[in-house]
Design a protein around this ligand. Structure first.
Ligand code: PRT
Ligand code: MG
Length: 226
Protein backbone atom coordinates (compact mmCIF):
# COMPACT_ATOMS: atom_id res chain seq x y z
CA UNK A 1 0.00 0.00 0.00
CA UNK A 2 1.23 3.50 -0.75
CA UNK A 3 1.65 6.14 1.93
CA UNK A 4 -1.35 8.05 0.60
CA UNK A 5 -3.65 5.06 0.83
CA UNK A 6 -2.66 4.51 4.47
CA UNK A 7 -3.12 8.12 5.62
CA UNK A 8 -6.41 8.80 7.37
CA UNK A 9 -9.12 10.59 5.40
CA UNK A 10 -8.87 14.25 6.40
CA UNK A 11 -11.94 16.49 6.66
CA UNK A 12 -11.31 20.26 6.96
CA UNK A 13 -13.83 22.23 9.05
CA UNK A 14 -13.94 25.70 10.58
CA UNK A 15 -14.94 26.03 14.20
CA UNK A 16 -18.13 27.82 15.13
CA UNK A 17 -21.33 27.32 13.22
CA UNK A 18 -19.97 25.00 10.53
CA UNK A 19 -18.39 22.61 13.04
CA UNK A 20 -21.50 22.68 15.23
CA UNK A 21 -23.87 22.00 12.36
CA UNK A 22 -21.64 19.28 10.86
CA UNK A 23 -21.35 17.36 14.15
CA UNK A 24 -24.87 15.87 14.00
CA UNK A 25 -24.28 14.77 10.38
CA UNK A 26 -21.10 12.97 11.47
CA UNK A 27 -22.87 11.45 14.47
CA UNK A 28 -25.60 10.06 12.21
CA UNK A 29 -22.80 8.26 10.38
CA UNK A 30 -21.37 6.88 13.63
CA UNK A 31 -18.42 9.27 13.57
CA UNK A 32 -17.65 10.74 17.02
CA UNK A 33 -15.11 13.55 17.27
CA UNK A 34 -12.58 13.16 20.10
CA UNK A 35 -12.54 16.78 21.29
CA UNK A 36 -14.47 20.04 21.12
CA UNK A 37 -12.50 22.64 19.13
CA UNK A 38 -14.05 25.45 21.22
CA UNK A 39 -12.25 24.20 24.33
CA UNK A 40 -9.33 22.25 22.92
CA UNK A 41 -6.39 24.02 21.32
CA UNK A 42 -5.70 21.06 19.07
CA UNK A 43 -5.99 21.63 15.35
CA UNK A 44 -6.00 17.95 14.41
CA UNK A 45 -8.86 16.04 16.00
CA UNK A 46 -9.11 12.30 15.90
CA UNK A 47 -12.40 10.45 15.69
CA UNK A 48 -13.63 7.06 16.88
CA UNK A 49 -12.72 5.83 13.39
CA UNK A 50 -8.95 5.42 13.04
CA UNK A 51 -9.04 6.25 9.33
CA UNK A 52 -10.94 9.55 9.67
CA UNK A 53 -9.54 12.75 11.20
CA UNK A 54 -10.65 16.37 11.27
CA UNK A 55 -8.52 19.48 10.90
CA UNK A 56 -9.68 22.88 12.17
CA UNK A 57 -8.87 25.81 9.87
CA UNK A 58 -10.19 29.32 9.14
CA UNK A 59 -13.45 29.21 7.16
CA UNK A 60 -11.86 30.99 4.20
CA UNK A 61 -8.88 28.58 4.22
CA UNK A 62 -10.97 25.41 3.83
CA UNK A 63 -10.94 25.46 -0.03
CA UNK A 64 -7.17 25.97 -0.04
CA UNK A 65 -6.50 22.87 2.08
CA UNK A 66 -8.78 20.77 -0.13
CA UNK A 67 -7.48 22.23 -3.38
CA UNK A 68 -3.89 21.25 -2.50
CA UNK A 69 -5.00 17.82 -1.28
CA UNK A 70 -3.83 18.53 2.29
CA UNK A 71 -7.42 17.68 3.20
CA UNK A 72 -9.42 15.16 1.17
CA UNK A 73 -12.72 16.81 2.00
CA UNK A 74 -13.95 20.06 3.50
CA UNK A 75 -17.09 21.98 4.30
CA UNK A 76 -17.34 25.64 3.29
CA UNK A 77 -20.01 28.28 2.78
CA UNK A 78 -21.00 29.22 -0.75
CA UNK A 79 -19.78 32.76 0.08
CA UNK A 80 -16.28 31.39 0.69
CA UNK A 81 -16.39 29.22 -2.44
CA UNK A 82 -17.48 32.14 -4.65
CA UNK A 83 -14.58 34.28 -3.37
CA UNK A 84 -12.13 31.39 -3.77
CA UNK A 85 -13.20 30.54 -7.35
CA UNK A 86 -10.30 30.35 -9.77
CA UNK A 87 -7.77 29.54 -7.04
CA UNK A 88 -4.32 28.14 -7.76
CA UNK A 89 -5.67 24.83 -9.09
CA UNK A 90 -9.03 25.46 -10.71
CA UNK A 91 -10.75 22.15 -11.29
CA UNK A 92 -9.16 20.49 -8.25
CA UNK A 93 -12.31 21.04 -6.23
CA UNK A 94 -15.33 18.84 -6.73
CA UNK A 95 -18.48 20.21 -5.12
CA UNK A 96 -20.96 17.35 -4.97
CA UNK A 97 -23.34 18.15 -2.12
CA UNK A 98 -25.24 21.15 -0.76
CA UNK A 99 -25.50 20.24 2.92
CA UNK A 100 -28.12 22.94 3.58
CA UNK A 101 -26.38 23.95 6.83
CA UNK A 102 -25.17 27.36 8.10
CA UNK A 103 -27.75 29.03 5.89
CA UNK A 104 -28.02 32.79 5.43
CA UNK A 105 -28.30 35.38 2.62
CA UNK A 106 -25.74 37.61 0.98
CA UNK A 107 -27.32 41.08 0.90
CA UNK A 108 -26.76 44.72 0.12
CA UNK A 109 -27.48 46.83 3.22
CA UNK A 110 -27.55 50.58 3.80
CA UNK A 111 -28.31 52.98 6.61
CA UNK A 112 -32.01 53.31 7.37
CA UNK A 113 -33.24 56.27 5.36
CA UNK A 114 -30.66 55.98 2.56
CA UNK A 115 -32.62 55.80 -0.71
CA UNK A 116 -30.77 52.97 -2.43
CA UNK A 117 -33.23 52.62 -5.33
CA UNK A 118 -33.00 56.32 -6.12
CA UNK A 119 -29.20 56.27 -5.95
CA UNK A 120 -29.12 53.32 -8.35
CA UNK A 121 -31.60 54.93 -10.74
CA UNK A 122 -29.71 58.22 -10.77
CA UNK A 123 -26.59 56.31 -11.73
CA UNK A 124 -24.72 57.51 -8.64
CA UNK A 125 -21.31 55.89 -8.19
CA UNK A 126 -21.77 53.93 -4.97
CA UNK A 127 -19.07 53.13 -2.45
CA UNK A 128 -19.51 49.55 -1.25
CA UNK A 129 -17.58 48.09 1.68
CA UNK A 130 -17.33 44.31 1.81
CA UNK A 131 -15.34 41.19 2.53
CA UNK A 132 -17.07 39.58 -0.51
CA UNK A 133 -15.40 41.56 -3.29
CA UNK A 134 -15.90 39.07 -6.09
CA UNK A 135 -19.58 38.42 -5.37
CA UNK A 136 -20.19 42.17 -4.99
CA UNK A 137 -18.35 43.04 -8.22
CA UNK A 138 -20.33 40.45 -10.19
CA UNK A 139 -23.63 41.57 -8.68
CA UNK A 140 -23.22 45.27 -9.48
CA UNK A 141 -21.72 44.58 -12.90
CA UNK A 142 -24.78 42.48 -13.78
CA UNK A 143 -27.02 45.38 -12.69
CA UNK A 144 -24.92 47.88 -14.62
CA UNK A 145 -24.21 49.92 -11.48
CA UNK A 146 -20.83 51.61 -11.08
CA UNK A 147 -19.30 50.95 -7.69
CA UNK A 148 -16.08 51.58 -5.84
CA UNK A 149 -15.39 48.46 -3.81
CA UNK A 150 -13.64 48.86 -0.48
CA UNK A 151 -12.23 45.61 0.88
CA UNK A 152 -12.74 45.01 4.60
CA UNK A 153 -12.03 41.92 6.71
CA UNK A 154 -14.80 42.34 9.30
CA UNK A 155 -17.21 44.68 11.11
CA UNK A 156 -18.62 45.78 7.76
CA UNK A 157 -21.68 47.22 9.54
CA UNK A 158 -19.57 50.09 10.78
CA UNK A 159 -18.67 51.40 7.30
CA UNK A 160 -21.98 53.16 6.40
CA UNK A 161 -22.32 54.57 9.94
CA UNK A 162 -18.95 56.26 9.88
CA UNK A 163 -19.07 57.49 6.28
CA UNK A 164 -16.62 55.00 4.78
CA UNK A 165 -19.24 53.60 2.38
CA UNK A 166 -22.80 54.11 1.13
CA UNK A 167 -23.62 50.43 1.45
CA UNK A 168 -22.19 47.08 2.49
CA UNK A 169 -22.43 43.59 1.05
CA UNK A 170 -22.63 41.13 3.94
CA UNK A 171 -24.20 37.92 5.18
CA UNK A 172 -27.47 38.22 7.05
CA UNK A 173 -29.16 35.47 9.00
CA UNK A 174 -31.47 36.77 11.77
CA UNK A 175 -30.99 40.42 10.78
CA UNK A 176 -30.15 41.29 14.40
CA UNK A 177 -26.72 42.70 13.57
CA UNK A 178 -28.11 45.04 10.91
CA UNK A 179 -30.94 46.18 13.19
CA UNK A 180 -28.62 46.82 16.12
CA UNK A 181 -26.64 49.17 13.88
CA UNK A 182 -29.53 51.01 12.23
CA UNK A 183 -28.99 49.29 8.87
CA UNK A 184 -31.50 47.61 6.54
CA UNK A 185 -31.11 44.98 3.84
CA UNK A 186 -32.14 46.61 0.56
CA UNK A 187 -31.31 43.81 -1.90
CA UNK A 188 -30.71 40.05 -1.87
CA UNK A 189 -27.71 38.86 -3.85
CA UNK A 190 -27.82 35.10 -3.26
CA UNK A 191 -28.90 32.48 -0.74
CA UNK A 192 -25.94 30.90 1.07
CA UNK A 193 -25.50 27.42 2.53
CA UNK A 194 -22.50 25.20 3.16
CA UNK A 195 -21.20 22.72 0.61
CA UNK A 196 -19.13 19.60 0.86
CA UNK A 197 -16.02 19.95 -1.28
CA UNK A 198 -13.74 17.10 -2.30
CA UNK A 199 -10.27 16.99 -3.81
CA UNK A 200 -10.70 15.36 -7.23
CA UNK A 201 -7.42 13.43 -7.11
CA UNK A 202 -8.23 12.07 -3.62
CA UNK A 203 -11.62 10.97 -4.82
CA UNK A 204 -10.04 9.07 -7.68
CA UNK A 205 -7.21 7.51 -5.67
CA UNK A 206 -9.10 6.87 -2.42
CA UNK A 207 -12.62 6.30 -3.67
CA UNK A 208 -13.16 3.22 -1.47
CA UNK A 209 -12.75 5.28 1.69
CA UNK A 210 -14.27 8.54 0.47
CA UNK A 211 -17.40 7.28 -1.28
CA UNK A 212 -19.03 5.99 1.95
CA UNK A 213 -18.53 9.47 3.46
CA UNK A 214 -20.12 11.09 0.41
CA UNK A 215 -23.06 8.71 0.76
CA UNK A 216 -23.46 9.64 4.42
CA UNK A 217 -23.42 13.38 3.70
CA UNK A 218 -25.78 12.90 0.76
CA UNK A 219 -28.30 11.10 2.96
CA UNK A 220 -27.93 13.65 5.75
CA UNK A 221 -28.52 16.58 3.39
CA UNK A 222 -31.66 14.95 2.01
CA UNK A 223 -32.94 14.56 5.56
CA UNK A 224 -32.26 18.26 6.20
CA UNK A 225 -34.33 19.22 3.16
CA UNK A 226 -37.16 16.78 4.00
O1 PRT B 1 -14.91 34.41 11.78
P1 PRT B 1 -13.80 34.19 10.76
O2 PRT B 1 -13.25 35.45 10.20
O3 PRT B 1 -12.78 33.19 11.19
O4 PRT B 1 -14.44 33.48 9.50
P2 PRT B 1 -15.94 33.51 9.07
O5 PRT B 1 -16.67 34.70 9.59
O6 PRT B 1 -15.94 33.31 7.57
O7 PRT B 1 -16.45 32.18 9.78
P3 PRT B 1 -17.82 31.88 10.51
O8 PRT B 1 -17.60 30.64 11.29
O9 PRT B 1 -18.31 33.11 11.22
O10 PRT B 1 -18.78 31.59 9.31
C1 PRT B 1 -18.64 30.42 8.56
C2 PRT B 1 -19.72 30.37 7.50
O11 PRT B 1 -21.02 30.40 8.10
C3 PRT B 1 -19.75 31.56 6.53
O12 PRT B 1 -18.79 31.40 5.52
C4 PRT B 1 -21.19 31.49 6.02
O13 PRT B 1 -21.26 30.60 4.91
C5 PRT B 1 -21.97 30.86 7.18
N1 PRT B 1 -22.86 31.81 7.88
C6 PRT B 1 -24.18 31.59 8.10
C7 PRT B 1 -22.56 33.01 8.41
C8 PRT B 1 -23.74 33.54 8.93
N2 PRT B 1 -24.74 32.63 8.73
C9 PRT B 1 -23.72 34.85 9.58
N3 PRT B 1 -24.76 35.33 10.02
N4 PRT B 1 -21.39 33.68 8.50
C10 PRT B 1 -21.37 34.88 9.11
N5 PRT B 1 -22.48 35.49 9.63
C11 PRT B 1 -22.27 36.84 10.26
C12 PRT B 1 -22.47 37.99 9.26
O14 PRT B 1 -21.27 38.24 8.54
C13 PRT B 1 -22.84 39.16 10.16
O15 PRT B 1 -21.70 39.76 10.75
O16 PRT B 1 -23.20 37.09 11.29
C14 PRT B 1 -23.62 38.46 11.26
C15 PRT B 1 -25.08 38.59 10.91
O17 PRT B 1 -25.85 37.65 11.60
P4 PRT B 1 -27.34 38.06 12.05
O18 PRT B 1 -27.91 36.80 12.60
O19 PRT B 1 -27.21 39.14 13.06
O20 PRT B 1 -28.09 38.51 10.79
MG1 MG C 1 -17.18 35.10 11.65
Amino acid sequence: MTELQQAPITLALSKGRIFEETLPLLQDAGIEVSEDPETSRKLILSTNQPDIRIIIVRASDVPTYVEYGAADLGIAGKDVLVEHAGGAHPGALYQPIDLQIARCRLCVATREGFDYEAAVQQGARLRIATKYVRAARDHFAAKGVYVDLIKLYGSMELAPLIGLADAIVDLVSTGNTLRANGLVAVEDIMPISSRLIVNRASLKLRRKKIQPMLDVFQRASQETIA
